[in-house]
Unconditional design. Structure first.
Length: 397
């Protein structure tokens, strides 16, 4: 062995269990880095690369296995047969439960005690609401949540009980921002939101179902970002802000939300809804908002589409979405993704450019549950990186 950072060719090949020529092949394919030994024709090989390929996890500086954010969670189970929140069928819950009761379930809090009186309306918040009307609701929330946080010193209580108390406040204030209201919700959130966006009579039940179904979907990239920040210890307001910022990332906007909005626009502006599906399939183009296997559709999509069918069976635009759903399943074998009916609800309610505003209220419940689980359920994580860049010049190590 040359030293702690490098291996000789014989030692490297022995650790990998390969011949010397195979070791050279690894080097030529840039899988293993090496450097020439000064004053010799021999080379030495970067031990970290050898360890990585051979499955040895201890790097040159590591004394223990690298730490990661918790990959175990007791919040949401996703199976081929459905979605379960702490063991309870999410689809069944969507038929009757309120978002508040689902929040109590996910946050492991007392349902009746969770949503009491909110903190007083802060003066700074009320003044800022009027001056931020040109912003999107997400932008307003990112600007206003710190004011709400500072208005109540109890926001900085990160104990399990304190965090839950602040989470309930933050959720209702966020709903007020989405509904463009100056007072936090004091009635069930689905009713509050329905009134705020002037939803048609009876549509509050659709909103309730959508809120429940969107509460959590395990470790999506945005939820992972929330957990990463919660790892260092942040307030409920800061956890929500993190999720909102991550949700505005270009990859999410371009690859998921933005693409799905454009796809829905094509569908709703067509004569019957199926034409854009046929045209895209003919041209070999992707179908944003349609993903997976048509034989195993997302149960959340099935549930919300069934509710929409009952409420909007004679609506021309909903018929177009249904035709597009059928065409994508038949021609491309792609089921409708949950994001499409979620966007459709926002479109139907006139929330142009903010079609996922209602859904985001539900998502916050899941973000906060993951923030609590990460902070209260594990120690501070200090991840280690595996360096794969250029090595220092020979002789300097």
């Amino acid at each position: 062995m040359e030293n702690d950072l490098f291996l000789s060719a014989d030692d490297a090949a022995a650790q990998l269990g390969v011949s010397i020529p195979t070791l050279y092949a690894y080097v030529s394919r840039k899988m293993i880095r090496s450097e020439q030994i000064e004053g010799s024709r021999k080379r030495r090989y970067w031990k970290a690369d050898i360890d990585r390929i051979s499955g040895v996890h201890a790097g040159p500086r590591a004394v223990e296995a690298p730490a990661h954010l918790a990959i175990e969670s007791s919040i949401t189970l996703i199976t081929e047969r459905g979605l379960f929140f702490r063991g309870q069928d999410a689809i069944a819950l969507s038929a009757h439960a309120s978002l508040e009761s689902v929040a109590a379930l996910l946050w492991q809090a007392d349902d009746e005690a969770l949503f009491g009186e909110t903190s007083p309306r802060p003066t700074e918040f009320l003044k800022a609401v009027t001056s931020l009307q040109t912003m999107t609701s997400s932008e307003r929330a990112i600007a206003l949540l710190p004011m709400l946080e500072r208005s109540n010193p109890k926001s900085y209580d990160l104990s399990p009980r304190g965090f839950v108390r602040t989470a309930s406040d933050a959720l209702r204030w966020y709903a007020a921002i989405i509904g463009n209201q100056k007072k936090a919700a004091e009635e069930p959130l689905h009713i509050f939101l329905a009134k705020s966006v002037n939803a048609p009579a009876g549509f509050d039940d659709i909103i309730r179902r959508l809120l429940v179904l969107s509460a959590d979907h395990e470790f999506d990239p945005v939820t992972y970002a929330v957990r990463a920040v919660a790892n260092v210890g942040v307030t409920a307001y800061q956890a929500i802000t993190t999720g909102l910022i991550a949700s505005t990332g270009q990859r999410f906007m371009a690859e998921r939300y933005g693409a799905a909005v454009r796809m829905l626009g094509e569908i709703l502006s067509s004569d019957d809804g199926s034409a854009p599906i046929l045209q895209r399939f003919k041209n070999g183009e992707s179908l944003p908002g349609f993903t997976g296997n048509a034989e195993q559709p997302d149960p959340r999509t099935v549930a919300i589409m069934a509710a929409l069918e009952q409420a909007l069976h004679s609506d021309a635009q909903f018929k177009k979405l249904s035709r597009a759903q059928a065409a994508a399943a038949e021609i491309a074998g792609k089921p409708l993704a949950f994001i499409m009916p979620a966007i459709f609800v926002g479109h139907f309610l006139g929330m142009r450019g903010e079609e996922l505003g209602i859904t985001s209220v539900g998502r916050i419940v899941g973000w906060l549950a993951h923030a609590m689980e990460q902070f209260h359920g594990s120690e501070l994580v200090r991840p280690r990186s595996a360096y794969v860049g250029l090595l220092p010049k020979a002789g300097s190590l």
